[in-house]
Design a protein around this ligand. Structure first.
Ligand SMILES: [Mg+2]
Length: 184
């Protein structure tokens, strides 16, 4: 629990938890390479093991779509405005905790406003500081690497995506709604 008067923090990853970024990422990849891959083909965390791209090229596409196509990036599930407000009304501060390239920051803020997603703060991580070191009681994330260092009483919830199916983790969900309805 956080120290201040029992207020708890519910941290939510952005890419592939709130924002279904890989749908637009794969579209953009297809446009550049005349391929027909879909998000479901991305079955490994390391995209460079599936597609002939360097990590620099992979992140260049991320930056491009966030800067130029952010309005096309869908939410991962419907009703996020209500779900985020309900989590808050249950006594949690909501912290959107996202690691990213600096040039995409302003577009992420626009995207969150456009989709009317409630949050009490928005934390942009530019370096390799593990997310586990940030203040939260619960973190929902699709990246195994962000969950492995979490120590109880902090709780890590894995958001199902095609690239994390083989990772052993006790708490998995398909939606944030499931977390709101069953875990808090
Ligand atoms: Mg993510």
């Amino acid at each position: 629990m956080s120290k201040k008067e029992g207020i708890k923090t519910f941290a939510i990853d952005l890419d592939s938890v709130l924002a279904d970024t890989m749908v637009v990422w794969t579209n953009q990849y297809n446009k550049l390479n005349h391929t027909e891959i879909t998000k479901n083909d991305i079955t490994l965390w390391d995209i460079g093991k599936l597609l002939p791209l360097s990590s620099n090229e992979i992140s260049k596409i991320f930056t491009y779509i966030w800067k130029n196509l952010w309005f096309d990036i869908p939410t991962c599930e419907p009703r996020l405005p209500e779900i985020t407000r309900r989590i808050h009304s249950k006594g949690y501060r909501i912290s959107v905790l996202t690691k990213r390239e600096r040039p995409t920051v302003e577009y992420v803020a626009k995207w969150l406003d456009y989709h009317d997603i409630f949050s009490n703060d928005l934390i942009f991580v530019y370096d390799n500081m593990p997310k586990a070191g940030y203040p939260f009681d619960i973190l929902v994330d699709d990246a195994p690497v962000n969950l492995i260092d979490i120590v109880p009483p902090k709780k890590g919830v894995l958001f199902n995506q095609p690239w994390n199916k083989n990772f052993q983790w006790p708490i998995r969900v398909n939606t944030l709604r499931e977390v709101e309805e069953n875990m808090i």
